[in-house]
Every structure is written in C-alpha cells, then in structure tokens.
Design a binder for this molecule. Sequence first.
Ligand code: AHR
Length: 506
Amino acid sequence: MSISAVINVDIDGPRISRHIYGHFAEHLGRCVYGGFYVGEDSDIPNEGGIRLDVVAALRALDIPNLRWPGGCFADEYHWMDGIGPKAERPVMVNTHWGGVEENNHFGTHEFMALCELLGAEPYISGNVGSGTVREMSEWVEYLNREGDSPMARLRKANGREEPWNVTFWGLGNEAWGCGGNMTAAHYAQEARRYGTYCRDYGDAKLYKIAAGASDFDYDWTETLMKQLGHLGCQRVKSTAYQALSVHYYTMAGSWDSKGSATVFDTDEYYATMVKAARADELLTGHSNVMDCYDPNKSVGLVLDEWGTWWDVEPGTNPGFLYQQNTLRDALVASVHFDIFHRHADRLVMANIAQTLNVLQAMILTDPDSKALVLTPTYHVFQMNKGHQDAASLRVDVRGGLPAREVGDASLETVSVSASRKDGRLLVSLSNLDAEAAADVEIELRGGAVSAVDSLILTAGALQDHNTPQSPESVTPRPHEGVAVAGGKLRVHVPAHSFVTVAGDIG
Ligand code: AHR
C-alpha cells in the first residue's frame, strides 16, 4: 500500500488539549485498593499508602489529570465518609462493583495526595444520583475555600491548611443509568441546580462538566445544550456548567458478549477497529449538535470514559472488570488519538477507562507479587505525549486512505495525525491492516524538517501482550524505516503497527 499526503508544518490548527490524554480511576476492582493504594503497612514502596512505582510510571506519561471516584461509584459515594481518622471512617458496600466492602481509607485527602505525587490535575465527580446539593456544595467548599468557613475549618482540623483549588468537577455520572435513571430533561434541571451551588472560591474558577450521553444519544446532548440558555441556535448563556461529557466503549461483540481480551480472530480484530473508528462519527455528531447552540465553541465536549471493554479474565471477579491488554488495544488507542487530534476544536478532555487493573489499563499489577506490567496501551500514551498542548496540523491525503470492507462497514486501514510544539513536528501513524505493510510519503510544506527519529510499537501477533514473565513482548523500539529528503518524509509502517516520527522544524 502506498499513501501520499501533505502537511503544512507552518499552519497551526486548534491546540490539542493535554487533557485528552487524561485518566480515570474508580473505586472498582483493583484500581484504587490494591492498585494505586496499597496502604502504609505494605512492603511495596509507598508514600502514605500510595504505590510509588505506579506514580513513577504515570509521571513518565505526563499524566495531565485524574478523574475520581467514579463512574457509577461516584453516585453512591458520600465524601464525608472518607475524611478524618481512618479507623473512624464508616464501611459501606460497593453495590456496583462486586458488592465488596469499601472501608473509605482512600478518600479526599488521599486522592489529593495522589494527584500531587502524579503532578496531575484532579477531576472530581460529584454525587448527583443519591447525594444532595448541599453535600456537593460543601465538598467544593472543603477543597477550595481559603478563608474561614465551616468546611475550611473541617479541612484544617483534618490536617490540611491550604485549599487545593480543584477546578474540574463532574455533575454526576451516567445520569441516564447508574447515576439515577433520569430523563435528559430532568437531569438537565438537576445539573443546573447542582452547578449553581458549586461556588468559585478565590482563584479557583470551576469547570463544571455535566453528565452527558451514552454513545450516539444526540438527543441527550441537545437537551443539555438547550438547558444552558436559549432555545434554538443562539449563543449559550448560562454558566451552570461549562462542558458536557459522553461515554463510548469499544468491544468486538455486544454488551452481553464483548469478547475475550486475548483470544480473538482476525474478523473480531477488524470488527473492533470498526468500533474504534466510529469515535470519529461520535465526536462529529455531538459536536454538530453543540455547534448549533454554541457556534463559538465555548462549551467543551469531554469524552470522560473511553476504551476497550472485554469479558473479564477467566477466574477473576466479574464485578472487577480486570482484562488483559494486547497490541489490538494499543491500536484502538492510537486510532482514538488521531480522531481526538482532529476534534481538538471542541474536545477539551478525554479520560481512558481506567488507569490500573480495570478495563483498558495503562498498568497491570499482580495481586500476588510486587510485579507491575506496562501494557501496550501505556506505550501509545508515552509515544504520543508530545501531542499534549501542541498545535494540531492537518494531514491531507491524496486520493484517500486505503480501506477494507468489514461486514457493512468500510474501515480505513491507515490512520495519521500530526502536531507541532516548541519547534518539533510529531507525526503518529497506525497501520491497522493485519497483514499488509503501508508506505507513506508525506510532503512537508512550510518548513524543513531534520534530525528525525522514530519509534515503532508492534509484535508478532495481534494477541501479543505483556506479563510479569514477559514484560516487554510489546514495547516501543527504534524504527529504521524512516527517511526525510527533498522535503518529503517517507515512513514504512509494517502491518499491525503504530509508529511515531519526530523531527526539528527549521
Ligand atoms: O468504567 C466502568 C463503568 O462504565 C463506569 O463506572 C460507568 O460510568 C460506565 O458505565
């Protein structure tokens, strides 16, 4: 396959928010307990119970933000249960995820300590489903109020003098389902009410994110946009919330039978890639609705849950959502990022579900040992981190991209995106074809590119993955198949591989 494209390296597109490389950590399975948080008495090196090798691995990704405590868990979480002396914190049942006991040892202070260790911005999902407006309003006051007030006094009594100034707040989660089974119209009113009482304190100007649609439910998005201001296609007015979310998961089959993470054939692989590629249709559809009400794009779109969702690994708790992560997952991620870069004008944040030991994780930790495994998906985040806060660059392809028929769908088998930041060009290329290599020639206009280096992530088989015994089966390696000459960048992209190319722009 030969592909010919053009990039104008001197024509900046919209900035790619670093927050599209965001993360999500829920009280679910071994994400928090036994993942991030091993407790102060653990023999695994930790600070205040937070596992330090996990912190180091995520810092290497320049993790920009972390969403917590859910997910579905957020709408049954009562934050006051998670502050004060640990021995006095009440135990609750995590009804969504395995019916296990939650001792509340990881609460607000522990989460904020984690974010400080990570150097990541906190994003807190409030409880709209089973909480109260007062409860959420007081949580904001507890975290952000500097001057004297009941919640500031309580925070200080619990050992934290200065406010944390958390700006990202979610107004509930999946309000159409586990977050209260509300209609869109009812939730939109609730979001306005909760949003009203989440106050700005000091310099912390809140960025409130309304719980948005599932998948392609454009009516939900339209209802939330209408509730922000006027009816019809006019300028948005209300400040009750600044963004809407959407959740979109990728699987080969259906919700009843999602498929195995590691045992799949080529047909299932291509079916997965078709679902991943539909993220473009998803973001286009929701953006189009938002454009109608907010043509200046002042309201953000947040994909605050995305990624692959497979059947749990055999023998593991079905409520813990533990799954392996193969080269296929890595390609799902790389395709999503190309799509996100193309939607940088509206997409302000995207958080993969979930950081550790749950769904499409960055890191898998072994419950029986200290072993930590970086997944193929982790490496995509690492290879792509140069796109964070970069100016997106258009990639124009002559004659279109190669495609193959998959059932009723047509799947483009090569995906490319590019950006520039601090005088460096970064191009990401995914070849989704299971068998055929692609040769991509990119004419670089508007600047000379030199000192090119390249990495490749691939493996012998799509099913290959990393384990404690074989932690580098799928790991980035230097890529030789790159050359720049005469204003052209030539990249050989082997079958089922992800390649990044970086170079100085002169
Ligand atoms: O990420 C797992 C679950 O998926 C979340 O709790 C929920 O928001 C979604 O349905």
